[in-house]
Design a protein around this ligand. Structure first.
Ligand code: MG
Length: 365
């Protein structure tokens, strides 16, 4: 099978309401890029590149440019199954994580569709489903508790809170959630490296720990090796890496350092090829994983769910529930959300069927 054409189509889907998560996050709409890999066998692989400028320095314009001007000439004529070969070429271009990730995901999708197997089977087949978590928007504590209760009623039993800017409120939120939701729910927090210093982080996280915080994501800057080690030594819960684990080489460095004990795998930034390498490294180190989110719409949600279902090391509830925020989607059939989980079908590839009318409606140029 040979690749004949690679398309990049930017699109915009409004959210039900604007969302604010922390200093890095305010959104009114998902503005992402649909990447399509066409082949001479008549199958087309699809993937979504969610631009996150404040994290990776990529925009929908830069992703579209990279796919159309760099990757299409590079990929035409290649077999989409030869990922170990095409990454040699992709790695010659620094950065552009999400553009590279999307083309990798679309190639895998094309191969799985051609072979007639779902990706969760092709990537390992541990299971056909992933449990989801829900990220609570930053609001007054009582409203956050009410939001969590409404998602608990939908079967979601894991909640993430963005922390780091107001340590006192961080503790209050976790305490209130624990008291109102009971002992069964999983609570964790993501600081996006925002705690002002190591001692504030230690004091605050120890108190959240007392209210049953399960783990803490990136409390301190990645460069602060001493601070991160000191913090890890004063906690009884693991630190989860996100900003510190963009690549498999990052993961190898973090295993050596010894500050983290869990990993957030984000298929949009590592494709399946490097997500697999990360999952193998995580297994050797004994680090449980979850699928993190870059705010995917339906296509990207399915792509990440396929990986999370396939790999047994992805054992914690995954964050790929952003699709519940959207007014609409590019998919002809909604994401198969049932009782707090995504339950994948046996459809070949990632299972995404693009509704052409919707693509026409939401595409941007
Ligand atoms: Mg994070």
């Amino acid at each position: 099978m040979k690749i004949t054409r690679v398309e990049a189509i930017p699109y915009r889907i409004p959210l039900v309401a604007p969302v604010k998560w922390g200093f890095a996050g305010y959104m009114e709409a998902a503005e992402h890029v649909l990447v399509m890999v066409h082949t001479d066998e008549g199958v087309t692989g699809v993937a979504e590149a969610p631009a996150r400028p404040s994290i990776y320095g990529e925009s929908i314009a830069s992703i579209t440019y990279a796919v159309r001007n760099w990757f299409e000439p590079m990929f035409v004529g290649l077999d989409p199954a030869h990922n170990e070969k095409f990454w040699v070429q992709l790695d010659r271009i620094p950065g552009n994580n999400t553009a590279k990730g999307a083309i990798d995901l679309a190639c895998y999708d094309a191969v799985a569709r051609y072979r007639g197997v779902p990706l969760w089977e092709m990537l390992g087949g541990a299971s056909d489903r992933v449990r989801l978590s829900w990220m609570l928007a930053l609001r007054p504590v009582s409203e956050m508790v009410r939001e969590a209760e409404s998602f608990l009623a939908k079967g979601i039993k894991a909640f993430k809170v963005k922390v780091g800017l107001e340590p006192q409120k961080d503790i209050e939120v976790i305490k209130a959630l624990r008291e109102n939701l009971g002992d069964e729910v999983l609570l964790y927090a993501d600081a996006n490296m925002a705690y002002e210093d190591t001692n504030i982080a230690i004091r605050t996280i120890q108190k959240m720990q007392d209210h049953g915080l399960a783990f803490i994501e990136e409390p301190l800057p990645v460069w602060d090796r001493r601070g991160r080690l000191k913090l890890a030594g004063s906690l009884s819960i693991p630190i989860m890496g996100d900003e510190s684990v963009f690549t498999p080489h990052d993961v190898a460095r973090e295993i050596e350092l010894g500050a983290i004990g869990m990993i957030s795998i984000k298929a949009p930034r590592t494709g399946y090829t490097y997500s697999l390498k990360i999952s193998h490294l995580a297994e050797t180190a004994g680090f449980p994983c979850l699928m993190g989110t870059q705010g995917e719409t339906g296509v990207g949600t399915l792509a990440s769910a396929q990986f999370g279902a396939a790999r047994r090391i992805v054992s914690y509830p995954s964050e790929i529930s952003f699709f519940l925020f959207l007014q609409d989607d590019l998919l002809a059939e909604p994401v198969p959300f049932k009782d707090g989980s995504i339950v994948l079908s046996d459809s070949p590839g990632n299972g995404a069927k693009i509704d052409q009318k919707k693509l026409k409606k939401y595409r941007m140029e």
